[in-house]
Design a protein around this ligand. Structure first.
Ligand code: T46
Length: 137
């Protein structure tokens, strides 16, 4: 997998005088079925999240409120994204190292995931991740 497959996906917005509505349908707006939803909140200033990659998992990361940065790394190239919109999300394919920081006060990060939580799907050691991606090329 390469970093070029990771991208910002724009969701539909239904705009009305009474407020906006955005919806996300698995396999239609994003390239996977949604098996799990989790969210990060009450993140203290200066905190870092992530620092791992997934063997199989695909995810969509959305700043539901506030903003934060996501650094993606496929073992060859790195790209940083600043997320600050609730109607778009960052699609992250498998085998991408991610690090998250610069959380604004009160920010909420919602993640849609293609699989249930499985610790054996993680690379939590960067050297092991690099060995896996470089060995595959
Ligand atoms: C990712 C970023 C954006 C669970 O029990 N179930 C879950 O669904 C998740 C995501 C985590 N956990 C447990 C595992 C750890 O004991 O919660 C604890 C914290 O998890 P972690 O250190 O992986 O949290 P983050 O915020 O560093 O990373 C998470 C996701 O794991 C990861 O896939 O992309 O959010």
């Amino acid at each position: 997998m390469s970093i070029e497959q990771c991208k910002i996906i724009q969701m539909p917005i239904i705009k009305e005088p009474r407020g906006n509505l955005t919806f996300i349908e698995g396999r239609k707006h994003i390239p996977f079925s949604i098996e799990r939803v989790y969210y990060l909140y009450d993140v203290p200033g200066g905190a870092n999240r992530g620092g791992h990659a997934h063997k199989e998992l695909e995810q969509l990361i959305i700043a539901m409120s506030g903003s934060f940065d996501v650094l993606l790394d496929d073992g060859h190239n790195k790209v940083k994204f600043h997320l600050n919109r609730s109607y778009s999300g960052l699609y992250v394919c498998s085998m991408i190292w991610r690090e998250m920081d610069n959380f604004s006060s009160g920010s909420v990060c919602m993640v849609l995931a293609s699989n249930l939580y499985d610790e054996s799907d993680y690379y939590r050691d960067y050297d092991s991740f690099l060995h896996a991606v470089r060995g595959a090329h």
